[in-house]
Design a protein around this ligand. Structure first.
Ligand code: ATP
Ligand code: MG
Length: 647
């Protein structure tokens, strides 16, 4: 098939706004500098961090694929995130504008954050937490969640954040896999206008986690909460009464920082291990580069949960490392009304918004008249993360949220990579809707064929990293072999990302979805992302997911699941044929789905990714697999019961 089909010739491209280009953090010179000597470039980036002992080494790759970055350096992560900004006279700067779902708000300055982090650090020390001990965090999106992460980092005690929407089972798995002995949680959080309890899930989980000694419980909703005597401690009683003085200890650069489980889109979640020095350097640098961050004037908002890596790297770590002012929002985008995000942007004069395409498509479905009611003129850069952004969503985002003059940066990265690896730089790139464009300065990516041969312009294949990067995962928790097998066995000395990609005629990179999701129909390799993009370009379609189902004649057959836009009604009797013809016109007859099912929901992970493996189970009429990381586990039943099929 013609892989170039997605680069529709009529899709416009967008050069950077002049003023942004003039004052840009990253310029072509930055690429050139990194090209000359990437290790020298990374050594330079390491100066963004305050080290108690400056590193003299950059990369130690002698025990590949187990990397050490800045190995002889020493530092404290939390010192870099709070204390040093206070010492530099920025204690009054707002670190977070917290906005609760019910509308309560609180501005937290760097000085306040330092005090509260110190109190929790002292509390954890009192509970016997030492460097290297793992601490589980299961919290709503409230300031205490950030404080918990930073306090753990301060003690060199790796945190294991579990998304607050996951069930007790998911919590058990992660607590036990990492051997956590302390859990930090809350009574509950606000979700769709109502208090939603969290503590009962912890109580249930801990029946299966005998090693957990203590639970610290922040009060958010004030709902009735059972406390186990001797084990459970209220934050207000135990933490808020601690001293605000705590001296940060220095740790080696390779001190484990956290374990985060991947989304589980392609299988059982992996416990991804990040360490301190390289991760801090990589996230601070990319946050500055990709978002052209100006910490004195920007108001940055990552609208993602701390329960996934975007919430770690770009909601907590990088913004605090860079001394930025951020928004932290507790709730859902439609509570109490569908303009909530735009109201928040208006209220705090947000300049940079970072979210997932799935959110953007939801807003499209709700209609552009909603954001039009708010003043969004403060925005200057829009970010996207999690999956390829289809051109329709890109164009809508830019036009209706970004007043048609705001660059959209489509950031490709993974839990494993810790930091952005591919993204347009807003002051340099001429944006192409749908393309992630180019590796960041210092990062080396290639598109290769099945044998590992590097491909050129106009060719598609597999995405690999040809050099290590500072924020890369160091291993999988307790599973070095799975680390080697998953990422380093497919090719010699190259990191296999598991994603398909192509270079267009200009050499720019487009992501084509998971390699596991690439379909083979009558010998033609086709990407799910491309067909999904064609489907959502139809005016009646809001969202689409495509899978390849085993087929006797064609090897695999294309099966599509679509959600119609609210103004499309049920789409009419001929909707299935209409859409099949549309795909044939957009891409070619070979890409025509064999069947299309109209559904009201799609199975998504918490980070908004479609779990195609579950849809494949439906398309192939099997029992559906592991659903523990689904955002809403009832979705699969809804889909099965409500199918309006056709072929
Ligand atoms: P698992 O590895 O357990 O299956 P996952 O891969 O969904 O889970 P994440 O680390 O959250 O877990 O997601 C990383 C993946 O998300 C990437 O490999 C890629 O497929 C996709 N992705 C993220 N950002 C982008 C983007 N900007 N463009 C295209 N794909 C993206
Ligand atoms: Mg993955």
């Amino acid at each position: 098939m013609n892989q170039a089909a997605r680069e529709d010739l009529t899709t416009p491209t967008f050069p950077p706004p002049e003023e942004l280009a003039r004052n840009a953090n990253v310029t072509e010179a930055t690429y050139a500098q990194a090209e000359v000597d990437d290790l020298a470039f990374w050594a330079e980036q390491a100066k963004r961090i305050s080290w108690s002992k400056e590193p003299t080494e950059v990369l130690d790759w002698s025990n590949a694929p187990f990397a050490k970055w800045f190995a002889d350096g020493e530092l404290n992560a939390a010192y870099n995130m709070v204390d040093r900004h206070v010492e530099a006279g920025h204690g009054d700067r707002v670190a977070f504008h917290f906005e609760g779902e019910p509308g309560d708000a609180r501005a937290i300055t760097y000085a306040e954050l330092k005090d509260e982090v110190s109190q929790l650090a002292n509390a954890l020390v009192e509970l016997g937490v030492q460097a290297g001990d793992r601490v589980a965090i299961y919290m709503p999106m409230i300031p205490e969640a950030v404080i918990a992460m930073v306090a753990c980092a301060r003690l060199g005690a790796p945190h294991v954040v579990v998304f607050g929407g996951f069930s007790a089972d998911a919590l058990v798995n992660r607590i036990n896999d990492c051997g956590c002995e302390i859990v930090i949680t809350a009574d509950g959080g606000y979700r769709r206008g109502k208090p939603s309890a969290l503590k009962p899930a912890v109580d249930k989980a801990l029946l299966q986690c005998p090693q957990v000694r203590n639970v610290i419980v922040a009060k958010r909703t004030g709902q009735d909460t059972e406390m186990v005597q001797g084990r459970d401690l209220w934050w207000d009683d135990f933490v808020a009464t601690q001293s605000t003085e705590h001296t940060p200890e220095s740790f080696p650069a390779e001190q484990p920082l956290y374990v985060m489980y991947s989304s589980g889109s392609t299988g059982k979640p992996k416990g991804i291990l990040h360490t301190t020095g390289g991760y801090l350097v990589g996230t601070a640098y990319t946050h500055w580069a990709t978002f052209d961050l100006k910490p004195e004037t920007d108001v940055f908002w990552t609208a993602a949960d701390i329960g996934w890596v975007t919430g770690h790297s770009y909601l907590v770590y990088a913004p605090l490392l860079n001394g930025a002012t951020s928004v932290l929002y507790e709730g859902t985008p439609d509570t109490p009304h569908k303009g909530r995000w735009w109201e928040i942007i208006d209220k705090y004069r947000v300049t940079i918004l970072y979210c997932a395409p799935t959110a953007i498509r939801t807003f499209m479905k709700w209609g552009s008249e909603i954001p039009e009611r708010y003043d969004l003129s403060s925005l200057r850069i829009l970010g996207s993360v999690g999956e390829p952004i289809n051109p329709e969503a890109y164009l809508w985002y830019r036009k209706h949220i970004g007043h048609d003059d705001t660059p959209v940066v489509d950031t490709w990265w993974q839990t494993e990579t810790g930091m952005h690896l591919i993204s347009p730089m807003p002051g340099v790139a001429t944006g192409k809707p749908g393309a992630a464009m180019r590796a960041l300065p210092g990062v080396s990516v290639e598109v290769v064929d099945d044998e590992g041969k590097v491909l050129g312009k106009g060719e598609s294949g597999l995405l690999v990293l040809t050099k290590p990067w500072p924020a890369m995962l160091r291993s999988l928790w307790n599973d070095d072999q799975r680390y080697i097998d998953t990422y380093w066995s497919r090719f010699d000395n190259m990191y296999f990302a598991g994603d398909g990609a192509k270079r267009d005629a200009d050499g720019d990179i487009w992501l084509l979805g998971r390699v596991d999701d690439v379909m083979n129909v009558s010998g033609h390799r086709m990407s799910t992302a491309e067909i999904e993009s064609a489907l959502v370009s139809h005016p009646k379609v809001a969202e689409a997911a495509v899978v390849g189902a085993t087929d006797e004649t064609t090897g695999q057959a294309i099966v599509a699941f679509v959600i119609l836009r609210s103004d499309a009604g049920d789409g009419g009797d001929d909707i299935v044929n209409e859409l099949r013809t549309h795909v044939a016109n957009e891409i070619g007859a070979i890409a025509k789905p064999k069947s299309i099912m109209v559904v009201s929901e799609l199975p998504k992970t918490r980070s908004g990714k479609i779990m195609r493996r579950l849809l494949r189970d439906i398309a192939e009429d099997r029992e559906v697999g592991d659903v523990t990381t689904l955002q809403d586990s009832s979705v699969m039943d809804q889909i099965k019961s409500g199918l309006k099929g056709g072929s």
